[in-house]
Design a protein around this ligand. Structure first.
Ligand SMILES: Cc1cc2nc3c(=O)[nH]c(=O)nc-3n(C[C@H](O)[C@H](O)[C@H](O)COP(=O)(O)O)c2cc1C
Length: 376
């Protein structure tokens, strides 16, 4: 068996200073709440072709959204979604270098089962599986599973036990038992172990203080948002998170989410963005997404509600929009990289249509700036 070091896993097997991946392609509509005909299908043929193209142009990762129930609206936004460990396993079999993540809901997967699912996908990809742990966002999804969402304290305390159990299952011991507050397991055997003598890279995107502390203590990578004001402020934010990780004796890479519209000119990019995300927004889906979060004109007032609506429509439900020509898109990414962000999970309205132009125009600019190297 080939050896795969933890460094290789965390660096996602590339020397690139700035890691790039695609976020959300396992869902219908991807991360764009839009009615446009070219919106992302999320079907298998498109996912596979996309992962193969991303692999070919040297992107580092495919990161799915863990979603169980669509958001309704006219398009049933994210209504059709692939389960993410099986999705990653299939993509890993069809690609060569790219790391394929599963976005796994800790409360919904028995950890012994998850450990095994993950090892299976990891062997298929010969050490290219990554684990993005989520604790759950939407109550409706828990109802569907016949479960109750825990409060924040318990949610992340549970997740800490969950990942501890998984790590034990991946570790060398046999016939071990675990007696935690939430999880109990007896005489566990779990073979094979992850590929190549190391474990999958682990990510998390908790935003609450508990979520963040969980990530810093247990994960290799953490998601945050860059400052909208300046790269200097982003640098301060990144350093503060790294310092906090250091206080737990850990090093962590900081990633972010970019919602990219890249066209030959600024005007074309802005026009397309306005067309897809405002004129042709699936406003009924935005309304339903906000309702889940108890955001309505009645609860927050019309002015704040309108701001929320625009925010959700344009940023693909979280993430920073990057709208412009190749120079603008490249410069934004270079600025983030220089500010200390390690990587960006990108989404496009139609990933497969838009990635070739991005690869052709933006990647060489990133190479010229020294934050990435050309694919050999
Ligand atoms: C980049 C990113 C990706 C996320 N992906 C998912 C996901 O796929 N499924 C999910 O249920 N939650 C997802 N979340 C939600 C987070 O896991 C987390 O619950 C959220 O940021 C709120 O933080 P908290 O749990 O600490 O309150 C994501 C958040 C971010 C920022």
């Amino acid at each position: 068996m080939d050896t795969v070091s933890m460094d290789q896993r965390v660096s996602m097997r590339s020397r690139n200073e700035l890691k790039l991946g695609l976020f959300g392609a396992n869902c219908s509509s991807g991360r764009a709440v839009t009615l446009v005909d070219e919106r992302w299908s999320g079907n298998w043929a498109d996912c596979k072709a996309l992962a193969q193209l991303a692999d070919k142009v040297g992107l580092e990762f495919m990161l799915p959204v863990g979603r169980w129930k669509g958001y309704g609206g006219d398009t049933d936004y994210q209504g059709s979604t692939y389960e993410t460990i099986t999705w990653a396993a299939g993509l890993a079999a069809a690609t060569e270098n790219i790391t394929c993540f599963g976005t796994v809901h800790a409360p919904m997967f028995n950890p012994i089962m998850a450990a095994k699912n993950i090892v299976t996908a990891d062997h298929i990809g010969q050490g290219r599986f990554g684990l993005n742990i989520v604790c759950g966002w939407n109550e409706g999804e828990f109802d569907m599973f016949g479960m109750q969402q825990r409060d924040h304290d318990n949610r992340y305390a549970y997740a800490a036990e969950w990942i501890e159990v998984i790590q034990k299952a991946w570790g060398p011991d046999d016939d071990w038992s675990y007696d935690g507050k939430y999880l109990q397991h007896k005489k566990v055997r779990s073979k094979p172990k992850p590929w190549g003598g190391s474990r999958p890279v682990i990510m998390n995107a908790g935003a609450s203080p508990n979520g963040r502390a969980f990530a810093l203590k247990n994960c290799d990578a953490f998601f945050t948002t860059p400052s909208r004001v300046s790269d200097d402020q982003t640098r301060e934010k990144v350093l503060a998170i790294k310092d906090e990780a250091a206080s737990y004796g850990r090093e962590i890479d900081i990633y972010t989410v970019g919602v990219v519209t890249c066209r030959p000119t600024m005007k074309e990019a802005q026009d397309y963005f306005h067309y897809a995300s405002v004129e042709k927004c699936d406003w009924n889906a935005v309304r339903d997404i906000l309702a889940i979060k108890n955001i309505s004109p009645e609860t927050v007032g019309q002015k704040a509600y309108d701001e929320h609506r625009i925010g959700y429509a344009s940023s693909g439900m979280g993430g920073t929009t990057i709208i412009g020509d190749p120079d603008h898109v490249a410069n934004t990414l270079i600025g983030w990289s220089k500010a200390g962000l390690r990587g960006v999970g990108m989404s496009f309205v139609n990933y497969l249509d838009e990635l070739p132009f991005f690869a052709q125009e933006v990647l060489p600019r990133l190479e010229k700036a020294g934050v990435r190297v050309a694919v050999q």
